[in-house]
Design a protein around this ligand. Structure first.
Ligand code: ATP
Length: 325
């Protein structure tokens, strides 16, 4: 067994609670020296351990990093998030996830990064993803949905993010159709859904999620300050990124199973409630043009049904931007 494995074993023991180093050594069949080395290895990884009276070892702090061990621990059990690929700095998690999907990685595969240097938004826009402050991740899906219905997965992700953030935010988290999540009218998270088609079916979809978590006010670029917010700025305190990541994955998986299982009703009901859009006047911008109307409803594909002077129009997610009156 190498020192890294011994450190993993010790971490597993300490997660269950504090215990005498001697007892742990006995249970793991390790020498005292090996335990001391494992403590050092964990400290090098950023864990904080304390030795208390009677030789009791206690885990007092985990690193504020999106590391595999912590993510796996928070995700618990089986479900989305496996296999897991964690990166330090990366161009774009969506790009890597698309490559992994192409080479056969299964549904539920998760890619995370501490930093994206080329984070993407819709239509070639960029997504600011500085190191250590947010959740920048992409999930591979293989939905048995037609391409139109797969476009609605962006809505499913938005609803899941909003639901998972509501507790930590302690405030109403709103969805701005089709792909943004807002607190106090400012963007706290965004979704970028990319599908690869094979004839009339979806080969795979990658759902990219970016959440601004622990930025202090001056860590949000000046150009974005009137439109963007972090959970920390909104609540006045830092948040555990790994915990929030796991909550989002759990909330998403649950809704995805229903939506992709041909029951879009419940998630659309959540969207209607969280978007506050139904009955509202909006301006839709598309391909340089635009029109005004009143939102009648959202379709099973996540498109908006808008009443306009020229009659009802359907606007697909992915193509358009929306401004509320
Ligand atoms: P709109 O809100 O105008 O409809 P969009 O939703 O299509 O735009 P996205 O493609 O989702 O926009 O996101 C990219 C845009 O979001 C960027 O052009 C920039 O204005 C803004 N942005 C970039 N990074 C962040 C971030 N970390 N947090 C919030 N907003 C960001």
């Amino acid at each position: 067994m190498n020192p890294e494995n011994r450190a993993d074993l010790l971490l597993g023991q300490l997660r269950r609670g504090p215990d005498k180093a001697l007892h742990i050594a006995g249970r793991l069949r390790l020498s005292e020296t090996e335990i001391a080395q494992a403590v050092e290895t964990l400290e090098e990884r950023g864990y904080r351990l304390a030795t208390e009276s009677g030789g009791v070892l206690r885990l007092v702090g985990v690193p504020d990093l999106l590391i595999a061990d912590e993510i796996e621990h928070s995700l618990g059990g089986a479900g989305f998030g496996r296999p897991l690929f964690t990166y330090g700095s990366l161009g774009s998690t969506n790009t890597v996830a698309l490559q992994l999907a192409e080479s056969g990685s299964p549904e539920g595969t998760l890619v995370t990064a501490e930093e994206q240097t080329e984070g993407r938004g819709r239509q070639g826009r960029s997504w600011h993803s500085p190191p250590g402050l947010g959740i920048w991740m992409s999930l591979i899906l293989r939905p048995k949905l037609d391409p139109a219905r797969a476009a609605g997965l962006s809505i499913v992700a938005g609803v899941a993010i909003a639901a998972a953030m509501e507790g930590p935010a302690g405030a109403r988290v709103r969805i701005k159709w089709p792909n943004d999540v807002l607190i106090d009218d400012r963007k706290v998270a965004g979704v970028l859904c990319e599908s690869v088609l094979e004839g009339m079916r979806v080969r795979h979809t990658v759902v990219g999620i970016g959440v601004n978590v622990n930025h202090k006010p001056d860590e949000i670029p000046p150009l974005l300050r009137d439109r963007a917010v972090s959970l920390r700025v909104a609540t006045g305190r830092p948040h555990d990124r790994v915990e929030l990541l796991a909550a989002i994955i759990g909330a998403f998986e649950q809704r995805y199973r229903t939506y992709a299982g041909d029951r879009p009703g419940p998630v659309l009901a959540e969207f209607r409630e969280r978007s506050g859009l139904i009955g509202r006047g909006v301006r839709i911008t598309q391909d340089g043009g635009g029109f005004d109307g009143t939102v009648l409803d959202i379709t099973n594909e996540g498109s908006l049904l808008v009443s306009t002077q020229a009659g009802p129009r359907t606007v697909a997610a992915g193509e358009a931007s929306l401004r509320m009156d």
